[in-house]
Design a protein around this ligand. Structure first.
Ligand code: AMP
Length: 213
């Protein structure tokens, strides 16, 4: 099944995509994760990407589309995939249709969350520098402050989860990404999911929609 997990930054797409990947055995494709990995490089392109991401802006459409096009050609996508963080503009949405050709997106799972809650979630988010396990200072604190429960690695806050960048990311989301809600609603493939509940409850809602398809 070909799925899009859609929602504002902080709505829990990444967490849910990992759970869905395990349950349905299809790859989780996160453009944000791919770009975060790419900036570890020492190239000029990596430096430019890092600046864009740290400022909360969007990576140019052409680059994102090329990256996704290459990724979706891989063999592990034959049985389906979960897109997380793509598409983020109408141009990307249209490009995705061209990439897919005969195939199509079965469902766009839209995790809805209030803006206040979004800011609360993003600003408290932490990750382990070593094993990448995710935490939240309020909702999922580690047993020992700033230390990973799993591997004892140090926790860090993503540069783009700092307050100024969060405000910029939400502005970009509302201006450039939110119009995709209407786009997919008109195609009749958008399903709304209440994101203001626990991780498990959101997951149950997602599975129900997928299993009913
Ligand atoms: P995310 O982890 O999905 O919040 O993505 C982190 C950052 O990566 C975003 O704020 C953008 O700068 C960049 N990014 C990820 N996906 C896209 C996309 N589809 N289009 C443009 N920029 C993206």
């Amino acid at each position: 099944m070909n799925l899009i997990l859609f929602g504002a930054p902080g709505s829990g797409k990444g967490t849910q995509a990992e759970k869905l990947k395990d349950k349905y055995q299809i790859p989780h494709i996160s453009t944000g994760d791919m770009f975060r990995k790419a900036v570890e490089d020492k190239s000029e392109l990596a430096r430019q990407l890092k600046d864009i991401m740290e400022s909360g802006k969007l990576v140019p459409d052409k680059l994102v589309i090329d990256v996704v096009n290459e990724r979706l050609k891989k063999e592990d996508c034959i049985k389906g995939f979960i897109l997380d963080g793509f598409p983020r503009t109408l141009i990307q949405g249209q490009a995705l249709e061209n990439i897919l050709g005969e195939k199509r997106i079965e469902v766009v799972l839209y995790i809805e969350l209030s803006e206040k809650e979004t800011v609360k979630r993003l600003s408290g988010r932490r990750g382990c520098s070593d094993c990448k396990a995710g935490y939240h200072v309020v909702f999922q604190p580690p047993k020992k402050e700033n230390v990973c429960d799993r591997c004892s690695g140090p926790l860090f806050q993503r540069d783009d989860d700092k307050e100024d960048t969060i405000i910029q990311r939400l502005k970009v989301y509302n201006g450039e990404t939110a119009p995709l809600v209407d786009y997919y609603q008109k195609q009749g493939i958008l399903e709304e999911i209440n994101g203001n509940v626990s991780v498990d409850e959101v997951f149950n809602q997602l599975c129900k929609v997928i299993d009913d398809k």
